[in-house]
Structures are given as C-alpha cells and as structure tokens.
Design a protein. Structure first.
Lengths: 183, 183
C-alpha cells in the first residue's frame, strides 16, 4: 500500500532517472509509469518502477527503474498451461547505473547486494551477475531471480515474451503484485 | 553487393547516429552493426543498418538506423509452418529523426516518402504513418510494409517476435536479404 503522494513522487523520480539515462518518454507516457511496491509498503527497500512500451500476446518491452538499493523480490515466471504459455523469458539490458542480479547456481561468496535485515529467508538464489551500462542477460522462463539497484540505482530495458504479472510466483508469501494506492 | 570500405563506413555512420540518439552500444557491439543493402547495391537509396540485442526462439529486439531518405524495401513476414511460427510481429519505436512508414489501407494522397524514380512497381501499399521521437506502431505478421528515413534519417528500436530474415517476402524480386561484401 502506498499513499497517492508517495506513488506520484516515485513516478516523478523514475521519470527523472529515465531522462538522465537518455531514454525519451512523452509527457503522457511519463504519467503511465507504474510503481510496484509488491504489497510490502516499503518502497525504499522493495519496489520497481516500470514503463511498458508494448505487451501483446506474443512479446513485451519495458523500461525498469530501480532506485538506489531498491530490491525486486525473488520470483519466477512459471509456464501457464491454461494459456499454452511456456513462461516469460526476459532479457535485461542495463542502460544506466548498476544492478546486482541473482540466479540459481554457484553461490557467490561475497555478494554486492544488501539483503534487507531479517528478510534472509525470502532470498534463496545467490549466483551474482553484476550489470553496468551495456551489459545484458537473458533469463529463461521459470528461473528464480531477484535483483537490486546499486548505490546510484539503475535503468534497464527489458525485452521479453508476454508479461502476465499476476502469474508470477514470489518466494516471500507476503508479496502481492498489485499495488494499492490510498489517499 | 557492397565494398568492404562502404560497408565499414555505413557501420561507423550508423554507430554515430545511435550515439547521437543517446543509445549506448559498447565498442564491440558497434562492430557488430549489420549493414543490409538488400542485394540492391545502392545503399544511398535502399538499406538498413541494424544492431540486434537479442534474437531467441521467442523474441527479438534491435536498433534500426536509416540514413536520410534511405528506404527499407516493401516486404512482409509470413507465417513459417515448418517452424509452427505465426510470422513476425514487430513494434517500431522512433527514437530520433523521423520515419515515413507505409501499410495496407487507405492510400495517403500526398505521401512524405520519395519513391526512387522508376521503381514505383516495387511499392504497393500507401497508407502513411509518420513517426517522430517517442511515436510507435505495432505491425501484425504477414502485413506488407515499407519505410523511409526522413531528411535527417532515423533511429528506431524494434521489439518483436523472433526474426527469421531469410523467410521475409519482398515485393521487389531483385531483393536478396544477405549482403555480399567484396574487397
């Protein structure tokens, strides 16, 4: 849950990050930036700001903004049998700032991300991939991943198959994908 | 057919267009820019410069550079039954400059593109869509289209399903999708 004021301020801040990264959005597109708090009501630690260029039945493209040290909680994009959908495949390309991304595999001994205190149980994969401007990675469907913006935050473009956010599976049972806004 | 010198110079020029549009490519990525002359050996009139971020079995993303008044010949992306592929769906988002794009539908009476003299038979669709920075359009599979850069050329990002260029169908029978380079 976010207040309307916090929501709008995060939107404005995300628009500024995108602009500084050289990514052009029209004023009406800036207004469409989504702020996701994942139902955790703690945007400084958990959240994602998103602008969706296109999301058809076949493919999708978005800009993603992470504020400094903001974390996207661990999740995966499973197959959706009822839609004959193999699960979302996504490619992140870092456009500005830096991202600490984690995937299944060999545990990185000293990770760059800061795990929110007391929340260790919500992070189970620890193979670190560090992304800076121009670095990109493709994540196969149904693969657990979580990521955090570096000290200056980050902007990344996501090229993917269709997004069905409501089907995402999060490790933290408290997560709700839809952000509630209150006055 | 292009000489190696012309090919390299078009690549360098495309890298410059991308840089000026605020699109970051690493030096090694700039080297991977493709120049397509569509086998017409006339890059000033016909061609496309491309950088592919990703092209998996499910989705694809590219940057496209058009030099001033350079034309991508009319073509469509048909279904490919042997691959159980419905045909390429593509979204163009103009990042810089301007694009005159043509689709089937109501003929635009005074079009903005300049049709290469004596080549009218190779252009059959004339519903104009004019794209400037931040404008975008999604083109369904199997839809004839052609486009031309405006007086300053253009940079566009393409978000699409998988590219199988070799299956594209061009109106101009002379077109060959693979560019031959000669010394």
């Amino acid at each position: 849950m976010l207040t309307r004021l916090v929501y709008q301020s995060a939107k404005d801040r995300a628009a500024h990050h995108l602009d500084r990264a050289g990514i052009f959005l029209k004023p009406e597109e800036q207004e469409e930036i989504e702020v996701a708090d994942f139902g955790l009501s703690d945007l400084a630690r958990y959240g994602l700001q998103l602008f969706t260029y296109v999301n058809t039945e076949r493919c999708c493209a978005k800009e993603i903004v992470l504020f400094p040290r903001q974390t996207c909680p661990e999740h995966r994009h499973p197959p959706i049998p009822s839609l004959a959908y193999a699960g979302k495949e996504e490619t992140f390309r870092c456009q500005a700032g830096s991202i600490y991304l984690y995937l299944p595999g060999t545990v990185t001994s000293e990770i760059g991300a800061l795990i929110p205190r007391g929340e260790e149980q919500n992070f189970t994969v620890y193979q670190e991939v560090y992304l800076e401007q121009g670095d990109q990675i493709t994540i196969p469907p149904d693969t657990l991943h979580w990521f955090q913006g570096g000290d200056e935050g980050a902007v990344a473009t996501e090229f993917s198959t269709t997004s069905y956010d409501e089907h995402d599976v999060f490790t933290d049972a408290r997560v709700q994908r839809t952000t509630q806004i209150v006055d």
